[in-house]
Design a protein around this ligand. Structure first.
Ligand SMILES: [Cu+2]
Length: 111
């Protein structure tokens, strides 16, 4: 598991190592999974609760990345097999994109 320690300047986003969230979380949170394969996310839309995290798993043969402009998230290159865990700690609607493949999009609604 690679730790992506990029800036989350607004505080809206924080990246944590997979499995790390449960250990430090004081409240019940759920971990969701969205995979990337055939240059597409496995879903177009996902609803999660505030405090939940989503693990983006690159199940593809090509590199991807995770960009969420509203949360100042930009993962950099995500190689095949790599996982990126994103914590959603504020409510709202967030568009998740792949910066390499413009057609790859998934909307995350945090309630
Ligand atoms: Cu991509």
């Amino acid at each position: 598991m690679k730790y992506f320690g990029f800036k989350a300047s607004t505080g809206a986003a924080a990246l944590v190592a997979v499995g790390g969230l449960g250990a430090i979380s004081a409240f019940a949170s759920t971990s969701h999974v969205i995979s990337q394969a055939e240059k597409a996310f496995s879903t177009k839309k996902m609803e999660v609760a505030v405090g939940d995290s989503i693990t983006f798993v690159n199940d593809d043969k090509v590199k991807h990345n995770i960009v969420i402009k509203k949360m100042d998230v930009s993962s950099g290159i995500q190689k095949p097999g790599e996982k990126i865990d994103v914590l959603f700690d504020k409510n709202g609607k967030f568009k998740v994109r792949c910066g390499i493949h413009p057609k790859m999009k998934v909307t995350v609604v945090v309630k």
